[in-house]
Design a protein. Structure first.
Length: 393
């Protein structure tokens, strides 16, 4: 829609209608983030290919845009929560500016830029951009004013091929930012010239006064505070940490209690898409529980979950393309499990198991991507919530 609005000729195509003549004549080829670098278009037209972010970096130089501050947020686990916290904090602090939450979170950045162009106010704009490794792959031309990168774990190797390539994709956010906030581990991975513009974040803040009860949020909030402190020096802002963060709401579908059925608490952690995020979800549980798990196989390393499975689980409902991985782990740990074919069956099985075993907690934390059975992760959590709502009637 952005290209249509500014009258730039363009053609949309996929594998079913790929036209090599059009590709040959095009100045740029902007690839969807989900297309793997092994695709033949990458091979044949590599000199023309740009990511959406890279192309927008070129395009923005030609557009009459108001002042926009870009805050990029990426890592393996926690980027959605941290993007959400940053967005809410900026909305509270910047009453005279317009704040947008965009990128991988929900609305594409190109759509947000179109909305900014159509905004008739003279406001300054702040864009909190959640960025995936797909979006950051081979990034060029686009510069973030601020960037946050706090952890890295094995993920998306079905697309990137090797852990080194995955790290390089994530690292691009700091290589293309004026100010970067990173953990100590990731700081050591950065080139010396990038370290100069980077600050190490230590998870030392007290979050007991906030609504973020799980300990992994210490680092998320620490990063937001550090970034806001840097922004406040430029924007002439002052803020009280306790006052600012005490009223910020957690992100839906992140270890969120959505119902209590017959005394059994149902916890929705449906945005969990990796072994590391599943690990965090299990770690947050105070009691042993029934786990509903599984989804699309991204070649993730689930061996890190063994000790957490052993200490937190009494029963496992395995669902999705990679369900056999979780079933094998449960069997090796002598944890009862069942293989399920649908999400609806999985929820019913989990409830029956919790009642039979006298357990008071069910955790839905897939630990895998959604597109083996669902349109996207939001489709997945919507369907889960619908099933639970129907059972709770």
């Amino acid at each position: 829609m952005l290209l249509t609005h500014i009258d730039i000729d363009h053609v949309l195509m996929d594998d079913t209608d790929k036209d090599d003549v059009v590709l040959e004549q095009s100045q740029y080829v902007v690839m969807s983030p989900g297309i793997k670098p092994s695709h033949d278009v990458y091979v044949l037209y590599s000199t023309k290919i740009l990511s959406e972010l890279s192309y927008l970096g070129i395009l923005m130089k030609t557009l009459d845009l108001p002042k926009i501050t870009f805050i990029g947020i990426t890592w393996t686990n926690g980027k959605s929560t941290t993007s959400w916290i940053m967005y809410q904090a900026l909305e509270k602090l910047l009453s005279s500016q317009k704040v947008w939450l965009t990128g991988n979170f929900d609305v594409p950045l190109s759509q947000t830029l179109l909305s900014i162009m159509q905004d008739t106010s003279s406001q300054e704009h702040f864009c909190v951009v959640e960025t995936s490794s797909f979006m950051l792959y081979n990034l060029q031309n686009f510069v973030f004013d601020y960037a946050i990168w706090l952890n890295i774990a094995r993920d998306h190797l079905d697309r990137h091929g090797t852990m080194e390539e995955y790290i390089d994709a994530k690292k691009a956010i700091c290589e293309n930012a004026q100010h970067c906030f990173v953990s100590q581990l990731l700081y050591d991975l950065l080139p010396k010239n990038i370290q100069f513009n980077s600050k190490v974040i230590l998870p030392v803040v007290d979050i007991s006064y906030t609504q973020f009860v799980w300990k992994h949020n210490m680092q998320n909030i620490s990063a937001v505070i550090s970034c806001l402190t840097e922004i406040s020096q430029i924007e002439w802002l002052s803020f009280d940490i306790n006052d600012l963060f005490s009223s910020i709401q957690p992100l839906p579908h992140r270890t969120q209690t959505i119902a209590i059925i017959d005394g059994i608490r149902i916890v929705d952690d449906g945005i969990s898409t990796s072994a590391q995020s599943l690990l965090a979800g299990l770690d947050a549980m105070s009691d042993r529980c029934v786990l509903v798990v599984g989804g699309y196989d991204k070649w993730d390393d689930y061996s890190i979950l063994a000790s957490m499975f052993a200490s937190k689980l009494w029963y496992v409902v395995c669902l999705g393309q990679n369900k056999k991985i979780f079933a094998d782990m449960a069997e090796n740990l002598w944890i009862p499990y069942v293989l399920s074919d649908t999400l609806d069956d999985s929820v019913h099985i989990a409830l029956e198991a919790a009642k039979r075993l006298n357990l008071s907690l069910i955790l839905y934390s897939p630990g895998a991507a959604s597109f083996d059975m669902f349109v996207n992760v939001y489709d997945r959590v919507e369907k889960f919530n619908h099933i639970v709502s129907w059972l709770a009637r």
